[in-house]
Ligand binder design. Sequence first.
Ligand SMILES: *Cc1c(COP(=O)(O)O)cnc(C)c1O
Length: 553
Amino acid sequence: MNPISTPGNIPSDLVADWQTLHRVFIRPEDEKSRQTLIKYMEQILFGLHEFLNSHVGVTEAIPLATLAKSYTDTTIRREPEKKLADVIKDIINEIAPRAVNVASPYFIGHMTSAIPFFMVHLKAITAALNQNLIKLETSKVLSVLEKQVLAKVHRMVYNREPAFYDTHVQNVDTCLGLFTNGGTTANITALWVARNQCLPATGNFAGVEQDGMAAAMKAHDLERLVVLVSERGHFSLKKAGGILGIGNRNIIAVGVNKQHQIDMNELTRQVEAFSQNKKIKIAAIVGIAGATETGTIDPLPEMAHLCRTHGIHFHVDAAWGGPVMLSEKYAPLLDGIREADSVTIDCHKQFYMPMSAGMVFFKDPAALDRIIYHAGYVNRKGSVDLGIKTLEGSREASSLILDSALKIMGSQGYALMIEHGIDTARLFAQKIKDRDLFQLVTIPVLNILTYRAIPPALKQQMDAGVTPARQQEIDACLDQINTDLQRIQREAGKSFVSRTCLKIHPADAYTAVVLRSVIMNPYTNGSILDQILDEQEEILQSLQISTDLKPHT
Ligand SMILES: *Cc1c(COP(=O)(O)O)cnc(C)c1O
């Protein structure tokens, strides 16, 4: 069937012709339409924002399968169906209430949350300007602004001497970092640089970027390239392993200690074992500054020391935790990050920017020379276009948003939000400990914690000691309870925590289902957290029967 259909009842004033097209591209043709557009912009800026804040419920309680039934038409209409005004009205009435109200202070489950009001304005401006940072010809001043903003954040991370920044801030031959589409591409870029650095040109071999992995292995007399990261590593690192030809099984998960930090003894053992084998090379070691699941921070100074001793690229994945450096109170948690060869920081996480932007930084301003690409129509040889060193092609002016946000908030404004998140997460941890029904699984080093529900009957049995077989039954039962609890609360749509799987103790063979909370909304407070726990207790009461179904032995 032709996917371009011509349906009947289209309002007769809706036509796609040259005259209308002109109006779409230039501007509303008369004062009346101008006023309509302004009215709707107002509704987007205020109405939508108000909606998100006044509807504390996280999402409408409609099952996804039901929604999906309304989204099955696969035809593109030949003639226009709606005016902009109607499209906006529909989005506000039909899409917004069924999307997820991530701005709710009851939404404490993921790294996506409320953003400051002004971000919507800034995002609208970048769309209106529509600059493309791939080249100077489509960005001009935005290219120098981008270099400046990157230098500011580089300085926050590395705190090099002022002369260093004077030299590099607008240096067209060097590069302190890049804006990317997010943490995933930032991590891929960092490991891409690390891979190319450890498989350089030699003899007839032009380098891994030019000749590929097979030739690189041969030229360097290697069989394997590996990357070491703790079990808590983000899955983007595995993607990097796949894309870069390292193989995602060679992104090696190192065990963690009780604090869910990388186990330094195990890491050291692995590094020494790999170093003994001349056929294996470690491309990078990745430290985590704010693990996605637990918010924990690896011992960065020790990892940096180990990397230096063995001449290994040290990457720090601070996609989540990076902006914590803006808080004088909590910045010391990230001590050691300055020694990293590369650092990932997301903009759409704790810089509170709208989707989607991230950054990657390099200690060595020449590091990105290892991934330079040129093209005939842009980014020609000798070009200073920023696009010669990015994985992405076209890129929006995210730097304009971050720079403006830093001006509006000041580092102190960000510090307040970040400190609120960490302090509130610590309060939440105490509330969890104070309730008999819950067990705190990971303490919040940053603003992330995990916990789980354990009905008292099962807790008593476990405390009294049970056979391994009975423990297995209890584990399965607890997993079911926590899975159901999270699902029922999510489906009810009033509040949201997420869930993941973790070993409760590092030595456990079994990974338990745990609830995960990320607190970054400045309006989430103790009273809201109590309500969320109360709701969970109510759900647990309704589930109670299932725990007694299991036979006691
Ligand atoms: C979120 C996150 C990433 C991935 O970032 P995206 O922006 O989602 O691509 C990588 N590492 C860590 C630690 C993260 O928390």
